[in-house]
Design a protein around this ligand. Structure first.
Ligand code: T1G
Length: 709
């Protein structure tokens, strides 16, 4: 028997134990071990029943995703799990942790399932651009009906044990020792004379007429651009119309086709990119993060309050500091309000609300921060104020306390210099609303020490956010790129495209929201104010404005008229006060046209392809410069920033991966075309992009070569 799978015997019950750290992924050795275990159990007359369980922190968390690019060698998933289901002795899955994907499907192939109270079972395959491919599309509908099964697959979120029990996915929730409980369950089956109970032998309860068609229409709308969800519907529908074996064959065909497609390759890229982002080259394993048991937050505004919620949600006590009692009360009120809305929506219990609020203590005096392990400053964006705060923190906080700023645009080196301990200062840049958005840029300043950096990354993981290391530059990774993206979107408005056309093109590409609708949501005035500040910077210095009267001109024109976006009922669009639905505003369209004409900018029809290319290539080119400048550690980190923080479609892998998908020679050629026909100063290809394109290389290859070096 392979080491990954061992077989033990306990009073006539066989225990199949999978041990493949860290998450018991079902690689080839595990599949081979399971097949051998099934054969041994079948052949041994002394064995009367079996239990399938896992060592370590979780039940099998699915296929080994690393095998997807290389191909899945024999034995295949169907062969493996069919061998378990075919046993003529009852087999019980004992689930702890997260039984995901192929892990859940292994459990479904067992005849019975018991679970620990905190276990979860789910089919997250769509988040990887594939469909359940180990029998899940055929067995789950037979167990719980096609409607519930498809909903579990489409949602992708794991089902907690008690709910799985109600659904009929799990037969019993076991408290106490799971393995003992599972063995007892198996013995009880034998005592009751119960034998194998195979999901494959059941028939599927059919949904009402038209149900699948309605689901397809719904998915086409809500998961625009995606193929895998439609394939999942086809496979689940087949569980009604085809015999089990033929359904499995269809599932395999659909899964194989999906796995090598762009959607799945992109989503796999993001999965590994998010985990890779936690690794900092050169940071040795001996550098340990400092424990963070209590946190201080300075500034009880919307941002500070949102950040505080993340820590309270993770059970970490927070001292929220503000300059005034009113500011503090307002901030705590906003936090309570956010939690109250979660209670209303059934996402939190009233008791949880109280427990979390109890973890957030307000204070007005820096002395209250004497014992915390980490402070995050989230005060108004002004350098003088930030320096005062950091000088005060330097006096108040204990040695070793990590001091973080949430600045989105100021120089972290300069902020660090206001303290006597720049080695403990870094940036933790959260995105608004901070309690919702997953991205945190972890900004490494010139003097940030390794322990402080490791602590920043570790704490971001603890609060279940996605961290990406960025160097110091204006806008860090995300907003520096957003600037060129927005610049193109706004320039297109002066060349003849309407806001609705620009947004429709980019939403058609897959962006969660078009850029102009985003300005309206965030407040068009916000960006205008930032650019007014930037105008004060010396020419050519970081963050200074280019000498271009059309640069973000549309935003300026709109704000001059008092149209700030959704909060004023109109911005680039008009908004229905009741539904917030947006409609094009002919007055805005005319204003943009007239302004362009007065500036002598010719008007033309601009196709969706050009809109998407200009905005995307601007992102990719700036991304390449960010890599050259050493601001991002790797191209895949930029992809994580854009997918986690800016609504870039994960199924396109992020801007840099998208560049690779298009092919860098084609990307370069199009940029050169734009240099010839548009404003050439914005369309100078980044030297790194030129080099990789010339070599026929890719950003992914560049990442790999740097990892190897
Ligand atoms: N394959 C390979 N490596 C995996 C893996 C997997 N399925 N899951 C995790 N890892 C690695 C991960 O890269 C990291 O490595 C380490 O394990 C710890 O992960 C046939 C086709 C289980 C909830 O989608 O959701 O089955 O960075 O940091 O926060 O139908 O990992 O340390 O080197 O995320 O405790 C379906 C994916 C596959 C589950 C644990 N399964 N994994 O979270 O740890 S498709 C999934 C997760 C499938 C079948 C189909 C999470 C987790 P490193 P981690 P965590």
């Amino acid at each position: 028997m392979s080491e990954a799978v061992t077989l033990e015997r306990r009073d006539g019950i066989a225990l199949i134990l999978v041990d493949n750290p860290p998450v018991n992924a079902i690689g080839r050795a595990v599949r081979a071990g399971l097949v051998r275990a099934a054969a041994e159990i079948a052949a041994d007359p002394g064995i009367r029943a079996a239990v399938l369980a896992c060592r370590g922190r979780t039940f099998m968390a699915g296929a080994d995703i690393k095998e997807f690019d290389t191909g899945i060698g024999p034995p295949g998933f169907h062969e493996t799990f069919d061998a378990l289901e075919a046993l003529d002795k009852p087999i019980v899955a004992a689930i702890h942790g997260t039984a995901l994907g192929g892990g859940a499907e292994a459990a479904l192939a067992c005849h019975y399932r018991v679970a620990a109270p905190d276990a979860k079972i789910g089919l997250p395959e769509l988040s990887l651009g594939i469909i359940p491919g180990a029998g899940g599309t055929q067995r789950l509908p037979r167990l719980i009906g096609a409607e519930a099964a498809l909903d579990v697959i489409l949602a992708g979120t794991p089902v907690p044990a008690d709910k799985a029990r109600k659904f009929g996915i799990v037969d019993a929730v076991v408290t106490g020792d799971l393995l003992e409980g599972a063995v007892a369950f198996a013995k009880a089956l034998l005592a009751d004379g119960k034998g194998p109970r195979r999901a494959s032998a059941l028939t599927v309860a059919p949904p009402p007429d038209g149900w699948f068609a309605a689901k397809r229409a719904d998915v086409a709308k809500k998961m625009r651009g995606r193929q895998a969800p439609l394939s999942a519907i086809d496979a689940v529908e087949a569980s009604l119309t085809l015999p089990f074996a033929e359904g499995l064959a269809l599932e395999k065909r659909l899964n194989d086709a999906a796995r090598m497609g762009t959607e799945a390759r992109s989503l796999r890229h993001v999965f590994f990119a998010e985990r890779e982002a936690r690794r900092v080259p050169g940071l040795s394993d001996s550098v340990q993060p400092r424990p963070v048991r209590a946190v201080g937050i300075v500034g009880a505004g919307t941002m500070g309050g949102g950040i505080a919620m993340n820590f309270a949600n993770a059970g970490i006590p927070v001292v929220l500091l503000d300059a005034t009692r009113e500011g503090l009360d307002r901030g705590l009120g906003i936090v309570r309000g956010n939690y109250a809305r979660m209670v209303e929506r059934g996402k939190l219990t009233a008791a949880d609300l109280d427990a979390r609020m109890a973890l957030i203590r307000g204070d007005l005096d820096y002395a209250a921060l004497a014992d915390v392990d980490l402070v995050i400053e989230a005060v108004f964006e002004g350098m003088d104020l930030k320096k005062q705060v950091f000088a005060a923190l330097d006096r108040a906080c204990k040695p070793g306390c990590v001091l973080a700023t949430n600045t989105s645009s100021l120089d972290v080196d300069e902020i660090a210099a206001a303290t006597s301990r720049p080695q403990d200062v870094l940036g933790l840049h959260f995105f608004s609303p901070a309690n919702v958005m997953p991205l945190v840029e972890v900004v490494r300043a010139a003097k940030t020490g390794e322990e402080a950096l490791a602590t920043g990354l570790d704490v971001v993981k603890t609060i279940r956010k996605t961290g990406v290391v960025s160097g110091v530059c204006f806008g860090f990774i995300g907003n520096r790129m957003l600037d060129v993206y927005g610049r193109e979107a706004q320039r297109l408005l002066l060349e003849g495209a309407t806001p609705a056309q620009v947004d429709a093109a980019l939403e058609g590409f897959g962006m969660a929201m078009g850029p102009l609708a985003v300005y309206d949501l965030a407040g068009v005035d916000v960006g205008v104010r930032i650019r007014q500040e930037r105008a004060k910077r010396p020419k050519g210095s970081p963050g200074a404005l280019p000498d271009d009267p059309t640069y973000f001109l549309p935003s300026g024109l709109i704000v001059e008229r008092g149209w700030m976006g959704q909060k004023t009922g109109r911005g680039f669009y008009r908004y229905d006060p009741a539904t917030r639905a947006r409609t094009p505003d002919p007055e805005v369209d005319a204003l943009l046209r007239d302004t362009a004409l007065s500036l002598g900018i010719p008007q033309r029809e601009i196709g969706a392809d050009e809109i998407v290319d200009r905005c995307m290539l601007a992102l990719i080119n700036e991304g390449a410069r960010i890599l050259e400048d050493g601001i991002a550690l790797r191209a895949s980190d930029i992809d994580v920033v854009y997918t986690a923080g800016y609504g870039f479609p994960r199924w396109r892998g992020g801007p840099m991966f998208h560049g690779d998908t298009v092919g860098l020679p084609a990307v370069l050629a199009r940029i050169q075309e734009f240099r010839a026909t548009l404003d050439p100063r914005y369309w100078q290809p980044a030297p790194l992009l030129e080099r990789l394109a010339r070599e026929g290389s890719s950003f992914a290859a560049w990442d790999r070569s740097r990892r190897a070096a």
